[in-house]
Ligand binder design. Sequence first.
Ligand code: SF4
Length: 345
Amino acid sequence: MTDLRSMTTEEITAALKEMGEPSFRGAQIFDWVQAKKVRSFDEMSNLPKRLREALGTSFSLSSLEIARRYVSEEDGTRKYVYALHDGLLIESVFMPYSYGNTACISSQAGCRMGCRFCASTLEGLARNLLPGEMLEQIYRMEEDTGETISHVVIMGSGEPLDNYDNLLRFIRLITDEKGKNLSERNITVSTCGLVPQIKKLAQEHLQITLALSLHAPNDALRRTMMPIAEAYSVKETVAACDAYFAATGRRMSYEYSLVHGVNDSDACAEELAMLLHGKNAHVNLIPVNPIKERNYKAPGHAAALRFQKRLENLGINVTIRKKMGADIDSACGQLRLKVKAEQGE
Ligand code: SF4
């Protein structure tokens, strides 16, 4: 069955026309699904009962259940493990930043990219998420917190550009003025570097921010951390990011997970500065979150500051990402595995 929450007003209207319904019902249903965020057809009270029943036999309505919620007492960050309709688990995070509430959402259940510092990929990819399931992570968070979410980062489990069509549809739906009406500028998509899809995304001329998970300034080191580096060199990946900036005017964000003794040397900082010299870019340093299945450790605070200073002195715009929810800390993908283990699966 087609997921109604993944459809545009025009698509709903066309489907209803085939069912012999008047066209104004399309906008009514879109309003129920994306603005009022209902979870069942029965709640669509201005539709005749026979139409609600007919919708139930032809369409599904994506909805998630909160399997676990962890709330930080330090800063109000909330980490969610959501159960999908088929029992798969995904993670999302609510972060109350000073500039607005931010949702970090997943785009896939699991991931097949194999980055060595990441727990989301330990069991591979289960499946792509539907646009409606990506929207639902935000809607359930707003319902649970009673807060409005103004910024969305697609940085949870999964490689968003590996689920390209659903990602694009998600962006179109969440920016629809009859739905949540989020600004494209408040959306960040993080990729490990799928070069053809970055080039394709550039041609969509969206005003979203693209964040590249770079993590190493050269091919040899990047290959030890990320299998994607076997497919695309650092040079061609950064060139694709340049093309993204040229097409959209959006400043690139480069994510760099700092790993003690691996990529946190002065030489790495200098090589990184040379790579990004003169670009309209921002580097986000993220001391790595250790996972027990891998032997990566974060550098100490002083070492992270030294790396940042080195980049700054070489003219690079750089910050160390503020850690949110430190008291409920765990690396991306770990909570899902923890809840799964508790459930005895
Ligand atoms: S870091 Fe992102 S792309 Fe890499 S394995 Fe984890 S979820 Fe996948």
